[in-house]
Design a protein around this ligand. Sequence first.
Ligand SMILES: [Zn+2]
Length: 204
Amino acid sequence: MNIFKDVKQAVDTREVAEVYGLEVNNSGMAICPFHDDNNPSMKVDERYHCFACQADGDVIDFVANYFELSKIDAAKKIAKDFGIEYQSVGYKKHKSVKQIKRPKPIRKEISVDNEFNKRIPTYNNILCEYKVLLESYKTIFKPSESDDDLHPLFVKAITNLDRIDYLMSMVNGTTEEKILVVMDYGKEIVNYEKIIRTIKSRIA
Ligand SMILES: [Zn+2]
């Protein structure tokens, strides 16, 4: 373990960026601080990615760029400001011979590639199905004039459709966006699949 790992495990980019004054909207988008941005072009969650200037990285990269610090100083700042305990500052000294000799994880990269290729079409199908489901909620539970309260499923549809459109644009976007989807939103999309399956099993 080192300070970089400790910090990244303890906090994500969004919570840190918000504490440092970045405004993140309900869709997880923010005005990018790294270029002259008018509309929120930056997606901020575990990591950050700007679709306009391609600024991209993890929480430490964000703070390093935001405050113009080195990575190690950025990590220390986050640790201090967020009360994160970390094991060693001079992490380089702890690099054992074993670690230095460890071969590059080439195999891992290949397996990521394979999984990546398999997952993208699957994710696209899940998102399409989930979108159809939300669209149906939007129609079925549309409030009539006499309704005082909005049906929760109508609210769910309204609040989630933008999110699904965003994820679909990522899944059908550049390689970089696809990688981001697999890395950061895989769990979320798999969760949508579970919802779809549960509903299908109820209907059957
Ligand atoms: Zn930007």
